[in-house]
Design a protein around this ligand. Sequence first.
Ligand code: G3H
Ligand code: 13P
Ligand code: NA
Ligand code: ZN
Length: 328
Amino acid sequence: ALISMRQLLDHAAEYGYGIPAFNVNNLEQMRAIMEAASKTNSPVIVQASAGARKYAGSNFLKHMILAAIEEFPDVPVCMHQDHGTSPAVCQRSIALGFSSVMMDGSLGTDGKTPTSYEYNVDVTRRTVEMAHACGVSVEGELGCLGSLETGMAGEEDGIGAEGVLSHDQMLTDPDEAAEFVKATNVDALAIACGTSHGAYKFTKPPTGDTLSIGRIKEIHARIPNTHLVMHGSSSVPQEWLQIINEYGGEIPETYGVPVEQIVEGIKHGVRKVNIDTDLRLASTGAVRRFMAQNPSEFDPRKYLKETIGAMRDICIARYEAFGTAGHA
Ligand code: G3H
Ligand code: 13P
Ligand code: NA
Ligand code: ZN
């Protein structure tokens, strides 16, 4: 069944678990997520980015998600729009049938330029008014995602602030967060706590303070009834990097957010955990390995099937680690 994010996250808060929100661009990802959810009895948040809409087309995405709901009737599914850059973008997704939207007013309509607090409040408040009138949930964002280690925002194209960020910009201020939630009435708030988008989050194996768990605790203490969202939550599995590089890839040494640290965040109010890169890495590794080991194969179904299995295993691991399993 299609359900709103609010319903899912309220349940997650009541029972103290987190829900991974996986980005979806194609049929293989959709199947991997649903098969993993069905196997572990987990609710699902699938999210479509602007890049996904450009790649697959909004109607294909919409009907793929609806098809998933039809094929897996026992799995609760939230159909979420990731990183909307304006109220108009969110409005189009609501019209398409999304049950949840993110209005990311922390960046301008180019998805790159950091904005003022006042701008962010204005676009987010307007989106909430419109969405709530349609029974649709809204995620807002306050702060700029950036690696506390490198000072970089991460992803070069798509969503991510440009240039080097200050330490201050990279950690959401708890008082400002309280004021923002009050002014906008968002259902969930994405916070900046040291993560960044993409595969290049950290250059060294992360230590205990890779992520500012302290800041998550402070924000949660200030706004205990607001569901927190952690973007840039891929763990960048070293085993997949190794497979990619073993079979012709060239990905430099890099590290993501350890699963145990995300689990620590979930203990302090993080309810939605955004993951895209991990599934991309698993897909690429699976295809590279299959192609190298089966050089005469040319049926796309053969190598794409490998990607489904690889992504499904990651989804299962996250549903289990975050405590989502058993809550469908
Ligand atoms: O937030 C960024 C997500 O990983 C989506 O990336 O815009 O390349 O689809 P994308
Ligand atoms: P990753 O790049 O760490 O997978 O984060 C994805 C994300 O935050 C999508 O909004
Ligand atoms: Na931001
Ligand atoms: Zn994100």
